[in-house]
Design a protein around this ligand. Structure first.
Ligand SMILES: [Zn+2]
Length: 254
């Protein structure tokens, strides 16, 4: 029963993430204003705006104009809901779960905005940096997952500076920007949340996944190695791999 409640709770936050994903790049308010159908501009009624369910009931079509609703809306809600259930399964009703719920929402929003628009919004990274640092003072902090405040601060600075350096060197060498400062802020978020030890691993995992994923395109000659790819989603995937291997990595380093 509690899993069903967490699933519904997650799908609602997934729905909120959808609003952020579609409005933040256009600088629109995420709180005010009802959602409209992008095709016919009609306001979406509350009963057609129920997370996950409305998409299935409406068979992925707008009630008014029958325009197709992007499957991405459904995917975002489902991914968020399932992530919430998984977090709750791992950590139960704890402050650790609450922190991961927040990080999950932030990551989902950044992932989909960067994928489409090649930007990582400050509206998401700055609050995550703040929470990542402040959580270090939580007396019930899960110290196996989260660093103390000094480690958190070093991690955040380390993450930012290392990408800033990559950008700087790349600019000197190729006179081009390979990555943006948004990537630096995102890696800073990860450093603040998981400490300096996470940074080299996240860079390694995300670069490895990015390389593997562009190889098919390189072979088919669709992309050049120098063509721009959004790196934010790879940093997030790299961070997730780090978290799943967290125990092994820390045992190995001890
Ligand atoms: Zn419509």
């Amino acid at each position: 029963m509690s899993y069903i409640i967490v699933f519904i709770f997650g799908s609602i936050w997934g729905s909120f993430s959808n609003v952020c994903i579609h409005r933040i790049p256009d600088n629109l308010s995420v709180i005010y204003g009802r959602s409209h159908c992008p095709a016919c501009k009609k306001q979406i009624k509350w009963y057609d705006n129920i997370p996950l369910l409305s998409f299935i009931i409406l068979k992925a079509q707008c009630r008014d104009c029958s325009a197709k609703i992007n499957t991405k809306y459904f995917m975002v809600e489902l991914i968020t809901a399932l992530s919430f259930v998984f977090i709750f399964y791992l950590f139960g009703l704890t402050s650790t779960s609450l922190l991961f719920f927040i990080l999950c929402i932030g990551f989902v929003i950044i992932f989909f905005i960067d994928l489409k628009h090649f930007i990582i919004p400050n509206e998401i990274t700055y609050p995550l940096i703040l929470i990542g640092f402040l959580k270090s003072f939580d007396p019930n902090l899960n110290i196996f997952l989260f660093p103390n405040f000094i480690n958190s601060l070093i991690g955040g600075l380390f993450g930012y500076i290392i990408i800033w350096l990559i950008i700087f060197i790349y600019k000197k060498l190729r006179n081009k920007e390979g990555m943006g400062l948004g990537d630096a802020k995102l890696l800073s978020v990860i450093g603040f949340w998981f400490g300096w030890i996470s940074i080299p691993f996240v860079i390694f995992f995300s670069s490895a996944v990015a390389l593997i994923s562009v190889i098919p395109d390189l072979i088919k000659n669709k992309k050049k190695l120098s063509s721009q790819i959004p790196f934010g989603p790879y940093l997030i995937i790299g961070c997730l791999i780090f978290l799943f291997l967290n125990e092994q990595i820390k045992l190995f380093l001890n």
